[in-house]
Each structure stands twice: as C-alpha cells, then as structure tokens.
Ligand binder design. Structure first.
Ligand SMILES: Cc1ncc(COP(=O)(O)O)c(C=O)c1O
Length: 429
C-alpha cells in the first residue's frame, strides 16, 4: 500500500533547513499517514512515544564528533574544512527546503542552477576573475586538461613550449605530443626537480601558441612565486594550478588558461575547474571529443551533460568559506605561517630532517622531507599515524615524507606535526 507520510519522525528529525546547526533530539510528535489508492480512504494516527524516539536514536550517530578526526596530510583527495563538512552534513538529506538532497536534483532545475551560479560567482570574487574569462566546471581531472589544452589552443603543426619542474608538468608535456608540437624548453629532471629556472634564461619559441607551467608540483614541492611571460605576443601562459589553486591571490589576467582538479584545496575529486580567456574558445581541432571542447562547455554554462553536481556544490561551500575567512589574501597569510613553521623545524633540525627543494621556490602546500637516517622513515610514519597524523608518506617515485598542508589543514595540525618531529628527533638523534 502506497502511503504519503507528510511528517514522519525521521523526516522531521533529519530535515534541518537551518544551516550550521547540528541535529536535534526528536521531540514527541504526532504523525498522520493517509492511505492513497485504497478503495476506502483510511487515516492512521500515531504518536511518537519516548520509546520510538529512543529507537530512532539507536541509529548510528551522525559523525560530527570532531575528536574522531585525524590530521590528514594527504596530497589529494585531501582534508576539507571541518565547518564545510558539517554544513554539508546538515543539509545532505534535504537541501534548504527543496525536499531532496543535492545528489538527487536535476542539474537543470532551479535549485541546482542557483548552486552552480553561486559557486561561479564566489570563485570569481575570490580570484577577481575578469569578465572576459569563462569559468568551466568540468570532469576528467587535470589529467584530461593535459590533452584538452593542446586540442583547444592549437593545431597539429603548432609549436608550444613546456617548462617542466616536476612529474605533473612532464606528464602534461608528454600528452601534448599527441596533439601538437610541444618543445621542452626547460626541465629540472636531471636535478630531481628541486628548482625553477630563471625566466630570463629561458629560450622560448618565438611562435609558441602557449607556454605551459605547473605552478605547484605536488610530488616535488616546487612552487612558482611569480610567472614567466610568453615571448610570442600572441601566445598565452597556461597553468596547471591543481595543487595551489585558491591558496593565494593570483592575477588571472596574466594567464590564457588556468586549470585545476578540485581535490586539493577546493573540494572533492571529480570536479575540474578551467578558467579561460574567452577569445581563446572556439578553435578546437576537428578531432576534439565533444567532452574536451571548451566551446561546448562554455556555451552550455558547464551543463552540456550531467556535471558532477554534488562536487560542484561542495566546491561552492568551500568558496563561501574562503570568502568568509577574508578572501585569498587572508588565506595566503595562514598558509605562509603554517609552511614557515614546518620548514623552520626542518631547517633547524641540524640535518636530522632535510628538504631538498631550493628555498626560494619551496611550496606552501606540499612539503617533502627526508630523514638523515632513512631507515627510520617507516617508524616515523607509523608513530605519526598512532598520534592521528596520517598520509605522511612521500610519493612512491621520490620516497621520504611529504606533508600536504593545503588551505584546510589547521594551524593546530602543523603545530602538532612539528612538535612530534622534535620529539621524534630527541628520541632518535
Ligand atoms: C599538479 C597536478 N596536476 C595534475 C594532477 C592530476 O590530477 P587528476 O588526478 O585530477 O587528473 C595532479 C594530481 O595529483 C596534480 O597534483
């Protein structure tokens, strides 16, 4: 028998339209179920007693107990702001009076349209994105952009330049070889990716359609502090900003294209953000798959096909949170403070810990370090995990340790790590 339950105890308890509020204990309530499709309309009245309320409470508790969370130093997917997670939790079941979760909404309905439009507006405000740039919320990860960039910005015989300061830039360069003629104008590989070249010394191709950089190499911990200018006046700078996106202010007008996977600083995996100067849209190679064509996505406001709706919603909550913190200037101050604390601990350890990256280009986001006594690294990671500091193992290609301290890593997390490092050193030096 199908029945409409206008008010069930659980729907009342779970429905929490006021955000930033945790779940309430159920009050005794009266419920009326009206049967439909029965020959004789019947009405059943019942009231939730203390006993039934207890039953509801027997369900596993909602996870809003902050003490259960670890400090997660993972490179991505990475830690998210606790208040954002709790907000999302409070409206997961029913989003703001819509009667459904964001996960269940039509991507073309007014509710989701309001979510994606606000996410875009907040991102524009955060990065002060000029009007002549489009913002696209896509899928496929930054890895898809390694192909989408050359497919959209040049033809097969066009030359483009790549400065490779780490493994991700190298992957982007290799992928571009399928779609145009990329030139490797600088690579830090022989020195194990610990620096960034002086821009004056770069020999750029005069006709390069674009110059590609990865502004923060997640594995090696190398970050651009300023940006090279393309030599070709008609060429543009293209940046993979996956691992330092929204970690500091950026002058977007210096770039033709910025792309980033969301899963480090701004949301869950599954959302890839592309910021592109509008006049660069509409020149894709004929072979470009429809899902890689910026024009298709720009013309359809990122709704050509079903977008990663829930991920976009989460990014929107993060953007809102970053604005509430005072914007990217404030966020950068916090990131600098955290990074300084950690690098100081490494540099002041008298060689017990070592960071191989040249000081002037050390990343504020990903801090790789090794132990002088490398045989102790496994022990370090094990002991840290016992102290609820996890995901400190370096990338398999470089070994050692890596602490990723993105926007959402609280200062307390870095302080705890530093204090652990000092203690570990005292015990093992
Ligand atoms: C700088 C950088 N670029 C690209 C990628 C690839 O991103 P995705 O796995 O989302 O394709 C990563 C992933 O960690 C990254 O750190």
């Amino acid at each position: 028998m199908a029945a409409t339950a206008s008010k069930t105890p659980s729907s009342l308890m779970l429905r929490n339209t006021s955000r930033k509020q945790s779940f309430l204990k159920p009050e005794p309530i009266s419920v009326t179920l009206t049967a439909i499709r029965s020959t004789k309309p019947i009405s059943i009245s019942c009231s939730a007693t203390a006993a039934s309320a207890t039953q509801i409470q027997d369900r596993p508790p909602f996870q809003n107990e902050q003490q259960d969370r670890v400090f997660n130093f993972a490179p991505g997917p990475a830690t998210l702001p606790e208040n954002v997670l709790l907000n999302a939790q409070s409206e997961l079941y029913i989003w703001r009076g819509s009667g459904m979760s964001v996960m269940e909404m039509s991507h073309r309905g007014k509710d989701f349209l309001s979510i994606i439009r606000k996410a875009e507006a907040d991102l524009r405000a955060l990065l002060k994105i000029p009007e002549n740039y489009a913002v696209l919320f896509l899928q496929g990860g930054a890895t898809s952009q390694f192909a989408a960039v050359p497919l959209n910005l040049c033809q097969v015989d066009d030359t483009v330049d790549y400065v490779v300061t780490g493994s991700w830039g190298d992957k982007a360069f290799k992928e571009a070889q399928k779609y145009c003629k990329p030139k490797l104008i600088w690579s830090g590989k022989s020195e194990k990716y610990v620096n960034i070249p002086a821009f004056e010394g770069l020999v750029q191709s005069p006709d390069a359609k674009y110059l590609h950089i990865c502004t923060n190499e997640t594995i090696h911990g190398v970050e651009f502090k300023n940006y090279p200018v393309p030599k070709n006046p008609n060429g543009v700078l293209v940046a993979d900003m996956s691992s330092n996106f929204c970690s500091k202010p950026v002058d977007v007008s210096k770039f033709g294209v910025i792309y980033a996977g969301a899963q480090k600083n701004v949301g869950p995996s599954g959302v890839t953000i592309v910021i592109i100067r509008k006049d660069l849209i509409g020149n894709a190679q004929d072979i470009t798959p429809v899902m890689f064509d910026y024009k298709i996505h720009a013309e359809n406001n990122s709704l050509y096909n079903t977008p990663p709706c829930y991920g976009i919603y989460m990014c929107g909550l993060v953007f809102e949170d970053l604005l509430e913190q005072g914007g990217l200037e404030e966020v950068e101050k916090k990131n600098k403070k955290k990074a300084e604390l950690l690098y100081n601990a490494i540099d002041e350890s008298k060689g017990f810990y070592r960071c191989p990256v040249e000081k002037s280009v050390r990343s504020l986001m990903n801090v790789p370090f090794t132990l002088e006594k490398s045989e102790l690294e496994a022990e370090f990671i094990k002991e840290a995990a016992k102290e609820k500091m996890v995901q400190l193992k370096g990338h398999r290609s470089v070994g050692g340790m890596r602490a990723s301290i993105y926007n959402a890593m609280p200062l307390a997390g870095v302080e705890k790590l530093v204090s652990f490092m000092k203690d570990f050193q005292a015990r093992h030096a």
